[in-house]
Design a protein around this ligand. Structure first.
Ligand SMILES: Cc1cc2nc3c(=O)[nH]c(=O)nc-3n(C[C@H](O)[C@H](O)[C@H](O)COP(=O)(O)OP(=O)(O)OC[C@H]3O[C@@H](n4cnc5c(N)ncnc54)[C@H](O)[C@@H]3O)c2cc1C
Ligand code: SF4
Length: 332
């Protein structure tokens, strides 16, 4: 691993000022915040990330999980994934989030990993993690060997000719279905970004994964007040039962009244280049009877735009069955 300066900023303002000196907040950043370090240090050991300065933000006062005045939830950026998953309010009112986190990584990693770090975890595409290989996301303009190579686990929704990498997060799939908002502080002030706008599609700039600019510190994430009586479920399908990333996953939040679906929030994981909210599935569900036929129509709608790579056509039917089963289980 290359040498770097390790700094503990005394407060958020100092952290932001130090990070604002970076050339970019995207791939190749020369200054990086560090939460749990379970993504960052991993990638530094592989020389995929080579920051000159690492800013440890763990001692900043950003780890609280608390209810907001409007009855929603404020989740601090450095709150640990485990603390969030086992928080009583989350388990009671946002259970899809608790389920999603607990199906990710391992207990040890969840104890270290922070909420902001999870939002910014990187793709597991094997070429991205191997500096001997070309990769448009790591080194723009060098090519995408995954398109003709190993792409079994990669994306079928949102891909471009430049990059077909999957966003691997479980937590983010639940946050997409819960209408979360990401709060960011920078030298210019603070701003709030709707969850669906936070991650970017690869397009012709796959090295740019989020809206973050140099000096942007994620301070917290908020959730709107819970939908009372909603039925929530996260279903994750993978090659082995634990400690594995999703091939396909679904987060569903349903409200059902007299057998009809009155509100639906649907997001998919393991299949998209970003956490994949599906307005198509939501439209196919809303106002319809909560039956198997409706659930399958919603799954067909969610995957209608899917474009498989050479090794992952199976993901289309897998994701449809995942969503159908999640809906059926949640509605039961
Ligand atoms: C073996 C293994 C298995 C895993 N399995 C899964 C899985 O099944 N499902 C899953 O979802 N995840 C999985 N993960 C990923 C894991 O969830 C992430 O590594 C973790 O969530 C990252 O959090 P962190 O706090 O450690 O991030 P860090 O490594 O500290 O940071 C990640 C990135 O976020 C940036 N950052 C951190 N905090 C902030 C902030 N406040 N503002 C701006 N930028 C910030 C950092 O600069 C860095 O670029 C796995 C990881 C490993 C190592
Ligand atoms: S899919 Fe994306 S991350 Fe993987 S090799 Fe292609 S450009 Fe790189």
């Amino acid at each position: 691993m290359h040498t770097f300066e390790f700094i503990r900023p005394p407060d958020p303002a100092a952290a932001i000022a130090a990070a604002a000196k970076a050339k970019t907040a995207q791939q190749g950043a020369d200054v990086r915040f560090m939460g749990g370090g379970t993504t960052l240090i991993d990638l530094m050991k592989l020389n995929v990330e080579t920051p000159n300065r690492v800013l440890d933000i763990n001692r900043l006062p950003l780890d609280k999980i608390e209810t907001t005045a409007d009855g929603g939830l404020k989740i601090g950026a450095t709150a640990r994934n485990s603390d969030l998953a086992y928080h009583a309010t989350v388990q009671r009112d946002y259970s899809v989030l608790s389920q999603a986190i607990l199906q990710g990584a391992s207990a040890q990693i969840r104890n270290m990993a922070t909420v902001a770090g999870n939002l910014l975890q990187r793709t597991r595409c094997v070429y991205f993690r191997d500096t001997a290989m070309p990769c448009n996301k790591r080194e723009p303009g060098t090519g995408c060997p995954a398109i003709t190579g190993h792409n079994r686990t990669l994306a079928i929704l949102g891909a471009s000719e430049q990059c077909v990498a999957t966003n691997p997060s479980d937590m983010c799939v639940a946050l997409a279905a819960l209408d979360a908002v990401v709060h960011i502080q920078s030298p210019k002030g603070s701003r709030a970004v709707a969850f669906g706008d936070f991650h970017l599609l690869p397009g012709s700039t796959p090295q740019r994964e989020t809206v973050l600019e140099s000096g942007d510190l994620i301070t917290h994430v908020t959730l709107p007040p819970p939908i009372r009586g909603s039925k929530q479920l996260y279903l994750k399908l993978r090659d082995r039962a634990s400690y594995e990333f999703a091939l396909a996953s679904a987060a569903v939040v349903l409200t059902i009244s007299s057998g009809n679906i009155t509100r639906a929030r649907i997001a998919l994981g393991g299949v998209g280049t970003k956490p994949w909210r599906s307005p198509e599935a939501e439209a196919a569900l809303t106002g319809k009877p909560a039956t198997g036929a409706t659930f399958r129509q919603a799954a067909d709608a969610a995957l209608q735009a899917a474009k498989p790579q050479s090794e992952n056509r199976f993901k289309i039917e897998l994701a449809k069955r995942c969503l159908t089963h999640a809906l059926r289980t949640a509605a039961a």
